[in-house]
Design a protein. Structure first.
Length: 202
């Protein structure tokens, strides 16, 4: 039998079982789902569900008397994590982190009229404007009517990168190229030799 993906501390088990006892009659379980990520960490939703509504894709783990249901798709995201009880309540300690957007394969290409227009606007309008902040933007690909960009230099890792993208780069591109519908930043803002150096200079 495969070992549970998740570890639940005895204190957490006791507290959860106490709460489950208040749910009334029925066989209840704690459902743990990964709902997204923020700040480089997964976000979770914990809820009590009756075992009668268990879905085929739910993996059942037993932690003492506590039943825990985890969607099969979330198992590897939670493998090695621990659910603990501290002064503030339940706390998830997870060694796993979401995959970087920069590692996600982007469909599309760098060829075609739209890609050429985006590259030209980046070269002639965008990069000269953000070069004063030590930043640069490069076209990764164009998929349909969406351009995928990677920011570098002072824009990589900058806390204002999304503001720069939305209010500056995206605005310039959309105003200059009517055929373009959107711009997506695929930069890995957690890496880089010195991603915050421009702010440190100020």
């Amino acid at each position: 039998m495969e070992a549970p993906a998740l570890t639940v501390s005895p204190d957490a088990v006791e507290m959860i079982l106490t709460l489950l006892a208040q749910e009334g009659e029925g066989e209840f379980a704690l459902l743990i789902e990964v709902t997204g990520f923020r700040g480089g960490q997964f976000q979770y939703e914990l809820s009590f569900v009756d075992m009668s509504v268990r879905k085929p894709e739910h993996v059942l783990e037993h932690h003492g008397e506590l039943r825990v249901l985890i969607p099969e798709l979330d198992i590897e995201k939670l493998r090695g994590a621990s659910l603990d009880l501290n002064d503030e309540g339940l706390s998830m300690n997870n060694p796993n982190v979401p995959a970087s957007p920069a590692m996600t394969a982007t469909a599309g290409s760098l060829t075609g009229p739209l890609a050429e227009q985006v590259a030209m606007v980046l070269s002639e309008q965008v990069n000269p404007a953000i070069a004063m902040h030590g930043g640069a933007a490069e076209l990764v690909s164009v998929d349909g009517s969406t351009a995928y960009l990677r920011l570098s230099g002072g824009c990589q890792g900058c806390g204002l990168a999304q503001v720069t993208l939305k209010q500056g780069i995206e605005r310039i591109l959309l105003e200059s190229i009517p055929e373009l519908a959107g711009v997506v930043d695929v930069t890995d803002h957690s890496s880089g030799e010195n991603p915050y150096y421009e702010q440190a200079k100020k």
